[in-house]
Design a protein around this ligand. Structure first.
Ligand code: GAR
Length: 207
């Protein structure tokens, strides 16, 4: 691949979305290269999975805050991603909110997956929020990242039925499976530059 589209992936957890993306890249379904994986959690499964696949993977200590990076950590994340010359940053279970300098460094080039049909149930444990609310349809959303929490323009969504006997775990499992199909499809369209943004609306030029 000449000048491949370069992706940086950030995650804090087990990395099942990373694996779905890496599988799709390996299968030629996403015309891109995963240039770097970063985590704020030293023992995160996503780092182990990336290293098994010979993808550069790095832990960067997040600093003392629980929900955001401190300034030094933010600078280190930005520097690593710039050094890797990434075209797109893909958040795959990254559990910290990104702030001003990070967002400015990669304006319009950061996407996230969230386990609900946004704008319903932003924030944490959205599948549990969906069950508690009693909705009949849950799902997942891929969206651009802006300065709010789970509030950027929506790229794609996938619906998942809520069953009468669902527990938070069974519903989360089904949403996870939908994520593994939706995220590679959205990232492939971004890598093919088939996505354009008009105000809050994201237009797919081909599907
Ligand atoms: C996914 O369900 C993702 O939607 C969620 O974390 C999980 C990560 O799973 N992200 C958020 O809640 C972000 N607000 P993974 O590590 O197996 O990909």
């Amino acid at each position: 691949m000449n000048n491949p589209f370069r992706i940086g992936i950030l995650g804090s957890g087990q990395g099942s979305n990373f694996m779905a993306l890496a599988d799709a890249v390996a299968a030629g379904k996403i015309p891109a290269q995963i240039a770097l994986v970063l985590s704020d959690v030293e023992a995160a499964g996503i780092l182990t999975h990336a290293r098994h696949r010979q993808i550069p993977a790095q832990f960067i200590a997040p600093g003392p805050f629980r929900t955001k990076l401190d300034e030094a950590a933010e600078r280190a994340f930005v520097a690593a991603l710039q050094a890797a010359q990434v075209d797109l940053i893909v958040l795959a279970g990254f559990m910290r909110v990104l702030k001003g300098d990070f967002l400015r460094a990669f304006a319009g080039r950061i996407v996230n997956i969230h386990p609900s049909l946004l704008p319903c149930f932003p924030g944490l444990q959205s599948w549990k929020q969906a069950l508690d609310h009693g909705v009949k349809v849950a799902g997942c959303t891929v969206h651009f990242v802006d300065a709010g929490v789970d509030s950027g323009a929506i790229i794609g969504q996938s619906a998942v039925p809520v069953l009468d006997n669902d527990t938070p775990e069974t519903l989360h499992q089904r949403i996870h499976a939908a994520e593994h199909e939706l995220y590679p499809r959205c990232v492939a369209a971004l890598a093919r530059r088939e996505i354009s943004v008009v105000g809050r609306r994201v237009i797919w030029r081909k599907s």
